[in-house]
Design a protein around this ligand. Structure first.
Ligand SMILES: [Zn+2]
Length: 70
């Protein structure tokens, strides 16, 4: 699967990095409670240009921006 340049950059972004302009939210954020004082949150995104999917997570044990290949 070929991903667009913006998605290639996105995969390197930190947890505080904003989704690029063609990433749209796929559904509601998933809130996980009970892990640390504030829990953590995940959000799925899909790119309108290349259809790459990302999951953004605030869990510090995970990658901030996980790219799902094909
Ligand atoms: Zn893309």
């Amino acid at each position: 699967m070929n991903i667009c340049e913006l998605c290639a950059e996105q995969a390197k972004k930190s947890r505080n990095g904003k989704p690029h302009e063609y990433l749209t939210k796929l559904d509601e954020p998933r809130i996980f409670k009970g892990k640390g004082p504030r829990g953590f949150e995940e959000q799925d995104y899909q790119c309108l240009t290349c259809n790459a999917k990302f999951t953004w997570s605030t869990d510090k044990n995970d990658l901030s921006w996980t790219l799902w290949q094909g």
